[in-house]
Ligand binder design. Structure first.
Ligand SMILES: Cc1cc2nc3c(=O)[nH]c(=O)nc-3n(C[C@H](O)[C@H](O)[C@H](O)COP(=O)(O)OP(=O)(O)OC[C@H]3O[C@@H](n4cnc5c(N)ncnc54)[C@H](O)[C@@H]3O)c2cc1C
Length: 319
């Protein structure tokens, strides 16, 4: 089923289409010119801008309501920056931010020296286990009542600010079932999320928003490199990859948990060095995630080695 909505900008000096062209370049997403108008393709969704003498009509279509609302909010923000205020036929004013769900914390368990596993329950938890692996965890500041991001009358999502601002780090769904999901927090110094987990938050409500950020690459030959923050994603890929997988993990031995018994996993001291030394067969897919500097170096190394951009991911998981 395709979800659709329409909007209108009642004056046009070319600014709306110029802004859309600029955004397509910045985001490196396609902007095509069709008979009807200019089409912007992102998040599996499409926005078409149709100019006429009186202004610009906007049509958005998407396979998911949350993606439709995300694109609607994003376009509203973009056009408002150019002092153009789109009027939409429908806005879910007051609804939680697109893709956001409220969940109850039902268990917090120490898995190893470095990892804490958190189990959440909520009616649509399973949504976070299918498709993309990742979500943002939304935690209110200590001592503050929750104030969640909501859709405003304009179509934009308004995020709480100041004392009500939320901590919103990314995590990976590592296990899921009917109405529940689990994720692993790597405990490190100065981490507000680790401090929150140490407070035994069982019974509290948190927000999660997503899913997004990719899943298991579709390739029969995967070579994976990651640190502790990437380990949950690597656990998922080792479970789901249909073909040959090798994983190089830069973690402490005691934090390997169930991966210690997996012959496909090697413990390494430096994942950057491991990447440089690894044999990578033609057509294999390389996935690398960790500190931003290491991801940048990995990207440069893979390009220099002649690996095509379509054949690798080098992602910054923290900085
Ligand atoms: C797509 C994606 C998926 C991710 N999945 C997971 C996951 O499943 N589990 C997980 O634990 N992390 C995961 N991460 C990493 C996580 O989002 C970051 O580590 C994040 O900074 C944690 O937020 P925080 O509240 O602990 O700390 P922040 O407030 O973001 O940072 C506080 C301080 O901690 C430092 N810091 C952040 N990460 C680390 C680290 N790993 N080691 C040492 N210092 C650090 C920062 O530099 C900063 O100084 C993921 C990141 C991405 C982008």
């Amino acid at each position: 089923m395709l979800h659709q909505t329409k909007g209108r900008i009642t004056r046009d000096n070319g600014a709306a289409i110029d802004a859309l062209k600029k955004r397509a370049l910045e985001w490196d997403v396609p902007l095509t010119e069709e008979a009807k108008g200019f089409c912007f393709h992102v998040w599996n969704s499409k926005a078409t801008l149709i100019p006429d003498e009186m202004g610009v009509s906007i049509e958005i279509s998407s396979p998911e309501q949350r993606l439709l609302q995300t694109l609607q909010g994003s376009l509203t923000e973009l056009f408002e920056e150019c002092l153009l205020c789109p009027k939409w036929d429908e806005v879910a004013e007051g609804a939680l931010a697109p893709g956001m769900s409220l969940m109850q914390v039902v268990a917090v368990t120490k898995r190893s020296e470095g990892f804490t596993r958190v189990r959440l329950e909520g009616h649509d938890a399973e949504r976070f286990g299918t498709g993309s692996y990742h979500f943002r965890l939304l935690i209110p500041r200590k001592g503050r009542p929750p104030c969640w991001p909501r859709i405003a009358a304009s179509g934009r999502t308004v995020w709480p600010e100041g004392d009500d601002a939320l901590n919103r780090p990314c995590y990976t769904t590592v296990a899921y079932g009917e109405n529940w999901l689990e994720f692993d927090i790597f405990r490190h110094d100065g981490s507000p999320t680790s401090d929150w987990a140490a407070e035994e938050p069982v019974g509290r409500t948190v927000g999660i928003i997503g899913p997004g950020g990719g899943a298991c690459p579709e390739n029969d030959n995967l070579v994976l490199f990651g640190d502790e923050t990437a380990m949950p994603a690597i656990i998922r890929m080792l479970q789901e990859a249909p073909g040959n997988v090798r994983a190089f993990l830069q973690v402490r031995r005691e934090d390997l948990c169930e991966l210690a018994a997996d012959a496909r996993v090697s413990l390494v001291e430096d994942m950057g060095k491991a990447l440089e030394e690894a044999e990578i067969a033609d057509g294999a897919y390389v996935w690398f995630a960790g500190h931003a500097d290491k991801a940048k170096a990995a990207r440069a190394h893979l390009i220099a080695r002649g690996v095509a951009k379509k054949d690798f991911t080098a992602a910054a998981y923290w900085s």
